[in-house]
Design a protein around this ligand. Structure first.
Ligand code: F6P
Length: 329
């Protein structure tokens, strides 16, 4: 059994895009750490704040009344300087000034990549918490923020469907997800979309047009296409352009949901997983394993080495793609 490095002072930061539920995770980390007699420090604005020494100590009250709030009280950023060894060295010197000997990082795979390099270079134990609306990290059934984002998308699409039905229109709705199609897949299924276009499955746009033409013949003019922003064919505007080229008289409208999906009060599920993961992140620092991120698989905690989180991407189960096809016929 490798010996676990003893820690006393934990730094916590958010990095990359924010996601609803991050505050619930911060609260869980701070309160679990204080319960176990550790000191906790907020590193503001992600790795940028580490390099600029924007670091303040937190207490139990600092995280009062935040479990229900979207965004992150720590603020977040994407730091170019932390990608360099020189930047990471400055960050390390700043941690030393505060006596911070361990880190908990809330973010996605890019943030974990930074943490993995940092822990290797400076022997600082790091624990990742998967905070991203994209759900694009292998080894966990949940990421903090996905459930809220997808529910926001569903609420928006339901509203659009009302007006779409009234006007017999074709709507193309673009959702976020970077190069992953989970938000599109889940929100598309939940709103009864006729077509769901995701990067994990090759988009055959002519098939989409063919199905629309066939529906037009049956006077089915109401059609909903949900497209992931990272789809291989392109986003909603490209899809619209192609459809109008083939069907110039079609009543088409586009809606790009955008950052509305990143905000808002986290759902109960996101608050629960954030609380559970935050608690276990501190447990990991106390008892090991170190340099992992905390996932949940089949309702059990799953600890994945940060270096592997960097490499893997989630795969979409083939069953889902079949279900979409059958239910949208
Ligand atoms: O990774 C989360 C995410 O919201 C992606 O879905 C999206 O592509 C990206 O971040 C948007 O980033 P930004 O807020 O920097 O525009």
């Amino acid at each position: 059994m490798p010996t676990i490095k003893k820690i006393k002072k934990i730094g916590i930061l958010c990095s990359g895009g924010d996601s609803p539920g991050m505050n619930a995770a911060i609260r869980a980390v701070v309160r679990t750490a204080i319960y176990n007699n550790f000191q906790v420090f907020a590193i503001m604005r992600g790795y940028t704040g580490m390099i600029e020494n924007d670091i303040v100590e937190l207490n139990s009250r600092s995280v009062a009344n935040i479990i229900q709030r979207g965004g992150t009280i720590l603020k977040t950023a994407r730091s170019k300087d932390f990608l360099t060894k020189a930047g990471r060295k400055i960050a390390y010197e700043n941690l030393k000034k505060h006596g911070i000997d361990s880190l908990i990082i809330l973010g996605g795979d890019g943030s974990f990549r930074g943490a993995e390099a940092f822990s290797r270079e400076f022997d600082i134990p790091c624990i990742g918490l998967p905070g991203t609306i994209d759900k694009d990290i292998a080894g966990t059934d949940f990421t903090i923020g996905f459930d809220t984002a997808v529910n926001t998308a569903v609420q928006c699409i339901d509203k659009i469907r009302d007006t779409m039905e009234s006007h017999d229109r074709l709507f193309i709705i673009e959702v976020m997800g970077r190069d992953a199609g989970y938000i599109a897949l889940h929100s598309g299924i939940a709103t009864g979309a006729e077509n769901i276009l995701i990067p994990e499955a090759k988009t055959n746009i002519d098939d989409v047009v063919k199905s629309l033409l066939e529906k037009e013949k049956r006077k089915k003019l109401v059609n909903l296409i949900v497209v992931a922003e990272g789809d291989d064919f392109g986003g909603a505007l490209e899809v619209e352009k192609y459809i109008l080229k083939k069907m110039p008289t079609a009543e088409v409208r586009v809606c790009i949901l955008g950052h509305i999906q990143r905000g808002g009060s986290p759902t109960c599920l996101d608050r629960l997983i954030a609380s559970r993961m935050g608690y276990h992140a501190v447990e990991c620092l106390m008892k090991g394993p170190h340099n992992v991120f905390v996932g949940i698989m089949n309702n059990k905690m799953n600890y994945i080495p940060l270096k592997d989180a960097v490499k893997n991407k989630q795969k979409i189960d083939k069953d889902w793609l079949k279900i979409v096809k059958i239910l949208s016929s």
